[in-house]
Structures are given as C-alpha cells and as structure tokens.
Write a protein that binds this ligand. Sequence first.
Ligand code: ADP
Length: 461
Amino acid sequence: MLGRLFSFALFQVVGAAFGWWFCRSFMPVSAPTLAPMLLSALVSSYFWQVLDVALGMRVLRWLSSGDTLQTQVGFGLWGEISDRVRRLARSRERAVQQRDGRFQDFLAAMQASPNGVVLLDDDLRIEWFNQSAQSHFGLEGTRDLFQHFGNLVRDPGFAAYLATGDFKSDVLMPGRASTAAKPVRLSVHMHPYGDGRRLLLSRDVTAVEQAEAMRRDFVANVSHEIRTPLTVLSGFVETLQSLSLTEQERVRYLDLMAQQAERMQSLVSDLLTLSRLEGSPLPSAQEWVPMAPLFEHCRQEVTELSRVLWGQPQQLYFEIAPDIAVAGSSTELHSAMLNLIGNAVRYTPEGKNIYVRWQAQADGGAVFAVRDEGVGIAPEHIPRLTERFYRVDRSRSRETGGTGLGLAIVKHVSQRHGAELSIASTPGQGSTFTVRFPASRVRLPAEPVSAPTSVPVSAAA
Ligand code: ADP
C-alpha cells in the first residue's frame, strides 16, 4: 500500500518538476511557474490513474481467462493480488487432485472387492457397480447404467424383497451364471444411505452353502452308520437279558455282537483318519519313505483279508520296483495302499486275479496301480466314488466290512502327497485304481531301475 502511495506521489512530483522545467525552458523568465507545475502534477495523477485502471482491467481479464495457475500479471498492488490469487488457485488445485486421487483409490478398492457393490439412486436406478456385481447379476458396462435394478434382476425372491422394502436382513437368490450342474448362490443385502439412495451388496455363498449341506449330510451319514450296528447290538443285549439261551445260541449271539462292535470300531477309526488328514499339516517333503517294505506289509495284510473273506482265495500278483522312495508320511501312504488293495480283494470274486504294480515313470515320477478282475463299476458312479459314504453296492460293502470312507481317505492322502488318483473300470470285467506321484515327491535309485519282479502270491499260501 505504501508503494502505491509512493508511486502516486512520485508521479505528481515528476509532473510538477516537468511543469517547472517546461516554464523555465520555453517561457519568459517573468512568467509564473506555480500554475503550470500544479497543472502538470494534476495531469500526471490522471495518467497514473489511467495506468492503474488499465492494470486492473488486465488482472480482471486474466482472472476470467481461467489461466490463473501458470502465469502472473501486473506489478505493484495488482501484481501482488494476481500472485496471491495464483497461489490460492494452486493450493486449491492440489487439494482437488488429492481428493480425486483418494476417490480413485476408493473406487479401485471397491472394484477389487470380492463382494458385489451396486450404488442405486432414490428411484433404484443403477449409478455405479463393480466387477463382482457385474458377474453376479450379469450387468454390462455402460449399457445397464441408469437402468432400474428391478428390471434387470428378475428373481421372484429378490422382487419380493424389493417390494416389501424391509431391508433388515439379506435375501438368497441364484446368481446369473447359475446352472443345474454348477449352481451359484448369492446373498444380497440392500442398505439405505444418503438422500433416499441404496447400497446393494452381494456375496457369493455357494461354497458356504455347499459346506453346510456337506456338514449336514456328513452328520446324518455318521449317525446312520453308527445307529445300525448300535440297534443290532442293543437288540442282542435285550435278547441275552430276557431269554434263557442254550450255550450254542449264546456263543452265536456274542459272535454277531462282536461283528457289530468291530464295524463301529472300523468306522470310528476311518473317521479319525479322515479328520487327522484334514486337520494336520502337509506331510514333510524331506522325509523319504521306502515303498517296497510298505507293499510287503500290505501284501501280508490283504492276503489275510482274502483268506478270511473268500473260501477259495484270489491270486494276488505284486510287481514292486525296489528302492523307490516317496517323500511324505509312511502311515498315510500305507493307509492309502491298504484301502485300494483291500477294496480289490473285497470287490473281486474268489478265484479271480488282482495285480498290484509299483514302478518308476520316464518323467521321474512313480505309479502305484491296483487292477482287479472284479465286479467293476458303472461309469456314472466313478466321479462320486471318493465322496464320503458313497457306495455303489451298499450291502456288499457292509458284508465285507466297508465303511464307505476308504476312497475318501485315498483321495486325501494322494492330494497331500501331490499325487493324482484316477479310476478306470468296466462293469463285470474289473477296475484299475492308479495313483501317480510327481517327480518332485519321488526318489529313484541311483542305478537304472531293474525290471520289477512279478511274484504271484496266493492268498492260500
Ligand atoms: P467301502 O468301504 O464301501 O468300500 P470305499 O470308499 O472304499 O468304501 O469305496 C466306495 C465304493 O466304491 C464301494 O462301496 C464300492 O461300491 C466301490 N468300489 C471301491 N473299490 C472297488 C473295486 N475295486 N471294485 C468295485 N467297486 C469298488
């Protein structure tokens, strides 16, 4: 402000000095000098004001040009004003950019959400949606923006939910990609916010629902499996308590009771094995299990099983490559082997052959295969065989001491060792169960593997 006053005064002093100089130079010496000096000072002050207004106009033009961020105009007071405006505009611009950046981050986070998010206006028209909502409801980019949500999602359950206007809880509905073979279930919840607007959240609950259904089935199956032998047992106990039996009858009843107790024991033991497989850390990749002794152990066990089950025993052929080790748990591997070879014994009629093979593969892996000449399995059952309690022939499974959990255990053990279980079968001709171990889990002998020895082992032997 002082500068401005000073410049104004300076203009007048310079004007007066000019008037004096003009009088002295161009007028007679006797002529008065005061009036021209005053006049000249007045003209200078007008000139100063015109200059000031011109500068002010320039600043006004600059303000309305919108280019306040880059340049600065004028000097003095006007220069100062334009500089402050420029600084203010810059700090505002920075604040807007920061807000914009935060908003973009927020939108990116909403896009990355595994849950569907749809923003609806007060008339339920779509304002924004993320990618998950796009796949949940089959929405499409700009095509569905500003469309009424109820017109695009026409599930009756959801329509009723919208109609009631009671959004305290969620509603379950099928997803857009849901088919009978591959159902998709969504939980959809509407949350009112702002001025009549709605936030719609969707969550894929297919896995949760399937797990819940599996849990229910599992509890029902276990209860059923245990209830049957328990009922039989309590029936025998009642008989023993209420009737006077001959010694022969008593021994027979006690035998039958022992069978039922054994059945419950195998069931509990298989259930415990499964729960250990699910709950324990993956088997070590550093602990090497030599497989040949495990096969030898299994051979003795299934030979005994075959002798107990069948009057005329089966022929068991073991072709076991020596010195191949697998990284993992020997207990789990033994359990998987025993289940597969045991099944072959149980589902193959007497007098038929069973072939067990363990050999290295060209890729450095190894294969364990059990082939039988038994009853075989119809193709429609094969994909479901590893489900818990799934049985093709219920009575045969029970008669031979099956629990319906054997192949579920084999599948778990295979997965935990990075191996793959495959099943091939022809009804009436037999089945082959194959477990392929990857090279990363297999240690082959340093020498080239010698041809496996084929040893027919008669169960009767
Ligand atoms: P289970 O204890 O009933 O044998 P598993 O899980 O071991 O239960 O097998 C599931 C079902 O698969 C069996 O009930 C049986 O019907 C069928 N199965 C398994 N192995 C064989 C086989 N080698 N030959 C024919 N059917 C088999």
